[in-house]
Design a binder for this molecule. Structure first.
Ligand code: NAP
Length: 242
């Protein structure tokens, strides 16, 4: 699919993987809708990208239903449709079962699961045959680790949801995909007392490239980037200097 003039909505566009996606989709001349809480950041990003394409900034906390509804109302008013929805906003708060707080439990499920469900539901009336929902899940949604129980549970839950709507939306011609990255160099680790070492991390751009190839429906390019990322990771693990 050619991405030029396609409307791409990025939830969680102010940093990390979302920001890297915004830059790559702007290069493809897609129309961008950037959503996150930090308005100043979004405006700075939009200023930088608006020389390449149309950019609509909607500051919102997507865990708040009224704010998420407003996001999709504004998209309807401006672009009338959505070609690609990227559910990227997410958070991970580590902690053992005995120390995890109710607040952290709710915060992770509200953002990693409920906001994705609501976003898909609100986006649906604006999507037509050929539109695409792409979600950033995590390797934690496939495998579990000690001290990440709530994050792992939320990412397993969201994959279950996406698997189900993939069948449901297939008949409408709407594609549903998700990616499960491992450690990426972003602000994600701000809740961690100890950041993973640099040689464990891949740049956010590497994940964004895979997301763009999903949106383009370019199977070969996607295989190339995924294989390259896997090899990079293996190299990084074995040769710290890579
Ligand atoms: N980094 C990793 O190692 C890794 C690995 C696997 C999966 N992931 C997944 O990748 C996704 C992106 O994370 P990242 O690594 O790029 O981290 P990040 O740099 O912290 O980005 C998170 C984004 O989500 C937005 N966000 C957070 N809470 C929000 C809310 N309530 N409403 C609206 N926007 C909100 C943040 O913007 P504001 O703060 O401005 O709202 C930010 O733009 C997440 O779903 C994460 O689970 C990350």
């Amino acid at each position: 699919m050619k991405l030029e003039k396609k409307v791409v909505v990025i939830l969680g566009a102010s940093s990390g993987i979302g920001l890297a996606c915004a830059k790559l989709f702007a290069k493809k001349k897609s129309y961008l809708v950037l959503v996150a809480r930090r308005k100043e950041r979004l405006l700075r990003i939009a200023e930088h990208l608006s020389s390449k394409t149309k950019v609509l900034v909607i500051p919102a906390d997507i865990t708040k239903k009224d704010q998420l509804t407003r996001v999709f109302e504004e998209i309807k008013k401006t672009f009338k449709q959505i070609d690609v929805l990227i559910n990227n906003a997410g958070m991970g708060i580590p902690g053992s079962l005995s120390e995890i707080k109710d607040y952290d439990w709710d915060a992770q499920f509200n953002l990693n699961v409920k906001a994705v469900m609501h976003a898909c539901q609100y986006a649906l009336p604006l999507m037509k045959k050929g539109s695409h929902i792409i979600s950033v899940a995590s390797i934690a949604g496939l495998y579990s680790r000690a001290n990440y129980s709530v994050y792992c549970a939320s990412k397993h839950a969201v994959i279950g949801f996406l698997r189900s709507i993939r069948f449901e939306l297939f008949l409408k011609g709407i594609r549903v995909s998700w990616i499960c990255p491992a450690r990426i160099e972003t602000e994600f680790f701000k809740y961690y007392t100890k950041r993973p070492p640099q040689w464990h991390l891949l740049p956010a751009k590497d994940v964004a490239q895979v997301i763009v190839t999903y949106a383009e429906k370019n199977f070969l390019k996607r295989c190339y980037f995924r294989l390259r990322n896997l090899l990079k990771r293996i190299f990084k693990l074995f040769f710290f200097w890579y």
